[in-house]
Design a protein around this ligand. Sequence first.
Ligand code: ADP
Ligand code: GLC
Length: 471
Amino acid sequence: MEIIHISAECYPVAKVGGLGDVVGALPKYQQEKGHIAKVLMPFYKRPFMAENEFELVHEGGMWIGNDWRHFDVIKEKNNKLGFDLYILEIPGLLHQENVYGEWNDSERFTAFQIAALDWLNSWQHKPDIIHCHDHQTGLIPFMMTQCFKYASLKNIPSVFTIHNAQYQGQMGWDKMYWLPSFDNWKTGMIDWNHHINPMASAIKNAWHVTTVSPGYLQELMGSANGLEPLFRQEAGKCSGILNGIDTAVWNPSTDDMITAHYNLKNFVSGKRKNKQTLCDIFHLDAQKPLFSFIGRLVDDKGADLLPEAILRAINETNHHASFLVLGSGRGEIEGALEQIKPHLAGEYNSFIGYNERLSHLIYAGSDFLLMPSRVEPCGLNQLYSLKYGTMPIVRGVGGLRDTVIDFGDPGGYGIRFVQPSIEDICHSINRGVALYQDVKKLNDLRRQMMKLDFSWDTSAQQYIDLYKTLK
Ligand code: ADP
Ligand code: GLC
């Protein structure tokens, strides 16, 4: 089968969060299963682009509203990622460093989708499946079936994967003139709440919709940032497929970004060495249990709760725990995390920013990983931390509830709490501190975590099985 994934992110080219990890890994595992999987993504001015060789495979031009835009599709020449990687460049629109957050994101991603389909339209043969990811590609299933110029793509099954339904790419109807022409009476197929809504449009028009965990799909029926009725209406064509982890990148026995490699046999000393490096860098006491957080500093991740929870937990545990935060995001949260630093020197530290290498060291060197998410479609951090023998402390929501069982329950290996509240977080930290004293039990649990299999193998197959039902 030939599958083309279309996405705004793909690791290691450009990654903001888990979407990048997934699109950088899933096609590789599909290739390993004997299929042809390709990725098409927008151009960003990133080191990967300068450090690798590309060849021009297509040149095109299109109208986006009243502007004529030239575009190029270039292909990475040396199969660096284990699959064919195509990059779409649109001078003047897709040329910046940032993936998101430009003033004209709506226009950038709409143009990306139109150019993507123009390119696919020009292929002699056609792919078997067009697999779109998140709202930046949400208009594609509609345009493929309804825009006159894409008649040749009409019968190709489209799959749309929702990594996060909080972000929907909504824009005003005044932007309709950007889109290639279609029957005007079909506007309802891209409308939600009197706006063009790419996420809603994908749910309406894709042949099949997946979410990145089964639990998240159930939650969307009752809480989907306004799209709940749509999910209930389209439930019949939706399913949840849990993300996996790329063990070629996330594996403590081979990871080049950590201080000491370790495996099931020597994880005690291996983790200790990584922890020492971390504690040296951040001036923390390596004797105390280390609780870390990695992620986007946004309310959905519960990051706004961290400053107070950390302050309170340090007092409640009688200064028997250390804390480390890596992340960037909302200004107020970044500010609050900086503000508490002088009061908690030696017990808490943070790195405000994005740092891939540091994230690996934190997964390896921490004892516990905090995830107090309000919304978590899947979550990869807890899966990485399990692989590195670091106990996840999670709020039981979405993919976190699907993947982490509390160690107090049969077969459990993590810590799970119910409310995204300071009280629940502190209570869980206290449980962690108590567990840390019971060295044998904690090490048994770590062994159990590291043995869990959340690799892509099973999930990649589930996608293939799904595609087959659509052919
Ligand atoms: P989301 O996609 O919602 O951000 P996930 O848990 O799926 O959440 O994935 C987050 C990914 O981004 C993980 O690979 C995590 O290690 C990484 N990450 C998040 N913030 C940072 C950061 N500041 N520095 C390095 N890596 C980060
Ligand atoms: C999204 C979600 C996250 C998920 C990731 C990859 O960004 O917020 O929970 O793990 O996509 O699917």
